[in-house]
Structures are given as C-alpha cells and as structure tokens.
Write a protein that binds this ligand. Sequence first.
Ligand code: NAI
Length: 334
Amino acid sequence: MSSHRVTLIPGDGIGPEVTQAAERVIEASGASIEWDRVEAGAEVVSKYGSPVPEPVLNSIRANGVALKGPVGTPIGGGFRSANVTLRQALDLYACVRPVKTVPGIPARFEGVDLVVVRENTEGLYSGLEHRVAPGIVESLKVVTEKACLRIARHAFELAVREGRGQVCAVHKANIMKMSDGLFLECTRRIAKEHPEVEYREIIIDNCAMQLVKSPEQFEVLVLENLYGDIMSDLCAGLVGGLGVVPGANLGDQCAVFEAVHGSAPDIAGKRVANPCAVILSGAMLLDHLGETEAGRAVERAVHAALADPANRTRDLGGTASLDEITDAIIDQLQ
Ligand code: NAI
C-alpha cells in the first residue's frame, strides 16, 4: 500500500489530545500515513509572531492535505484568527460539514442527513473593520461573483456526486439586497446548469426555524461565510452536538480536515473531550486520499463504538474518557 504524507496540526486546548486519538484510529484503519507535524495556533504566536507560521503553510502546500486540531482565537482584539488566515492563505474556499444522525446517540431528531457548504474566504470575515468616529465602527461584508459562483458550483457538484436531490441557498437578500442579492444571482446561475437537482432558496431566519422543526427537508445547504458558521453549529446540535460532526476546508490545491468544535479550554488536558469529530474528519481525509475503504471502516467503527452507552463521553451524556472511546473505536477496527 502506498504511503500518504499528511500535515498534522495538533492545535490548542483539547487539540493535541483529540488529534492524537485520530492518529491512533487512522493507524488502526490500515491506511499508511506519514504525518508531517507542524505547530499553529495561539501557543505559537509568541514564538513565531503569527498563529500560522510560514512552515505550516509550506507543509500543507507541499502535502496538499492536512488534519487540524482546533486553535484558539482571542475575542475583541489580539492576533487574527489562525483559521481565517489559513483558509484565506490557502484559498480553502469551501467549508463542507456533513451532518448525519449517529445511530443510538441521543438527539432531538432521527434521519438527519444533510451537508452544510459554507463559503470560507470572504463575507464579513474579510477582516476589514475600522473606526469611523468615536463610538462608530464599520465592518465590511465583501462579496464577489467569483467566490459565489465557485461555492455554488461546489454545492451542486457535491449534490450530484453524493446523489442528493436538493440544494438550498440560504440568504438574507430581502435586507442585504446587493451582497446577498449577488450570492443568489450566482447560485441561480449554477442551478440552471443542474436541472436534475432541485433548487430552493430560503431566508436565513426561516431556515433556522425550519431546521429545528424538520431538518429532514434539507439535503445540501449553501451559505455565505457568517451564516454558514452559525448554521454549522446549529446543525451539529441536531445530531448530538459538536463532538460528532466532522468538517473539511477544501480548495482547488489543498484540503484541511477539522472538527466543527473549538479548543474547549474548559476541558483541555482532562482527557474527557470527545475525539469523534476529529476522528470522523480523519475518515473524510482518508476518503479524500482515495482510501475509501479505510475511511468507511473508521466511520462504521465510530458509530459502532458510540452505539454502546458505556463508550460515550460527557458531552453525549456518558462518562467515558477520551482514551476509553478511542480504544473502543480501535477495537471495532480489529
Ligand atoms: P468550543 O467548541 O471550544 O466549546 C464550546 C463548548 O463545547 C464547551 O463547553 C466545550 O467544552 C464543548 N466542547 C467542544 N468540543 C468538545 C469536544 N470535542 N468534546 C467535548 N466537549 C466539547 O467553543 P468556544 O468555547 O466558543 O471556543 C473556544 C476557542 O476555540 C476560542 O478561542 C475559539 O476561537 C476557538 N474555536 C476554534 C475553532 C477551530 O479551530 N476550528 C472553531 C471554533 C472555535
């Protein structure tokens, strides 16, 4: 079996614990991965002056693929988010988060199976904020035709590839007539190229209500950056929370796989964090590398392990430690 070289970013807080768990599980899957470990995040700012030092970007550019733990970002000031920096520097324009019911996990709904496709490089995350006058601040929402078209294309192509019958564009074009209006203009153009996929539009506030009432009506949601960020967490809550939802940041050259959750400083180092979201992100990574069987085996093993309440971590209402759930997943693979 040929070996793949993959960048590994342990990250901050619970990051090193959960990525190490993912490494162990991926090794047990039989896939041959050579990890290229690099440091990014809040901890390295004092050392390198940036949360994403150049060697991190170079490693991902060279390998084309990374598995990343969460990284902390200061609120209200301090350095720019490492995630935003990474996504913009590598042009990882599509943030893809599959949200699927995990058999046996206590959740409000059954049969949820949707994918959130979030634009990852612009919108209100352009980082363009300035003080107009004392007490007045402006934050610029940047929307380009190029970014809207490529995220819409990504959503429709994903729908076709995965046999999903519907793409729903989520917007607030009734208020932001120009910026969200351009987004809709672009999604409509791409929709016309895919008559086999049903195209739907929904205003974001209604979408939030519909999701918590009947999520099964959605298959693929395509959203601009901020809406996608917020809705990803809402969708994670539909199927058991942040501990079980994986994610990928995809560009034309590179792909960075990571969980939806953050660095959880409240539980860091206690070895009680749920590693399943990063492990499932690892399964997506294996699939991306063409190790489809190994990826499916990891997903099946996570679901099988979680089916036993004794293996569930605190966020899922159980008492298992990070190491206990990881061992249980590895047992399923052997
Ligand atoms: P968070 O996701 O870190 O934590 C929210 C809540 O969920 C906490 O109670 C935490 O203990 C719990 N939680 C999160 N992941 C968990 C897991 N795997 N197992 C069990 N419980 C888990 O969000 P928060 O507190 O808003 O952010 C903390 C830091 O993480 C911030 O600095 C933020 O900027 C950063 N962050 C980084 C992300 C990334 O690197 N992709 C994504 C989101 C936040």
